[in-house]
Design a protein around this ligand. Structure first.
Ligand code: G3P
Ligand code: CA
Length: 227
């Protein structure tokens, strides 16, 4: 079985997370997909950043949703890179691999759905170019109501059973669990119910071999080249 190599926050082991450079590195490493996180700026743009503040990853301080896009662009990551928007990542990837968008910030679901619809209708992308995931299941429910064609991955760090029941209720495509929740039996159980399994964040050679032996469908890793 072909196991998809999905680069976590871009190829995070090699370039600063969630930057265009990290996503380009993921493409250079022939990743099958990239994973990224989104919040909204104060003026409603979809911003690719993991935390709700810019403190850890940039030279600025404050909540992402209190800055406009142009203000956010003035802060630097590792003294040289700008925080990207989701549009910029879509344009860089240009259908070359799957994009797993993790909804983090409030209000991201309708904006991301609209952007995906725009790329599908105007730039000839298709639904299989995307998967939306989140730990905030209410945002996944919102996504499935807004557009039931968009593939959804149910993130869980607690309980695979509960995630499975929720995935059935919203007709999700995948379960994305913390890899430590998995074993051969529950992977098979999830797949028998018709869902794909994309564990995160699997970085060591040993852990990668272990989840590969469970025959998962894809692995989210900081170093996708090791998969
Ligand atoms: O998509 C899985 C993984 O990214 C979830 O954890 O904290 O890296 O967003 P985190
Ligand atoms: Ca994430």
């Amino acid at each position: 079985m072909n196991i998809l190599k999905i680069a976590h926050r871009g190829a995070k082991a090699y370039e600063p997370e969630n930057t265009l450079q990290a996503f380009q590195k993921a493409l250079d490493l022939h990743s099958d997909g990239i994973e990224l996180d989104v919040h909204l700026s104060a003026d409603g743009h979809i911003i690719v950043i993991h935390d709700e503040t810019i403190d850890r990853t940039t030279n600025g301080k404050g909540l992402v949703n209190t800055f406009s896009l142009s203000e956010l662009k003035s802060f630097l990551i590792d003294e040289k890179y700008q925080i990207p928007t989701l549009n910029e990542v879509f344009d860089l990837v240009d259908k070359k691999c799957l994009i797993n968008i993790e909804l983090k910030g409030l209000g991201t679901a309708p904006k991301v759905v609209r952007l995906i619809e725009e790329y599908i209708s105007e730039k000839k992308w298709n639904y299989n170019n995307f998967i939306i995931s989140s730990f905030e299941w209410n945002m996944l429910q919102e996504t499935s109501i807004l557009n039931p064609n968009i593939p959804i991955g149910v993130l869980t760090e607690e309980n695979v059973e509960t995630a499975l029941a929720f995935a059935e209720s919203i007709k999700a495509k995948a379960i994305n669990p913390d890899f430590q929740l998995l074993n051969k039996e529950n992977v098979q159980q999830i797949q028998e119910k018709g869902f794909l399994v994309f564990p995160w964040t699997v970085n060591s050679e040993e852990d990668i071999q272990k989840v590969k032996s469970y025959q998962v469908n894809g692995i989210i890793s900081d170093n996708p080249d090791k998969i």
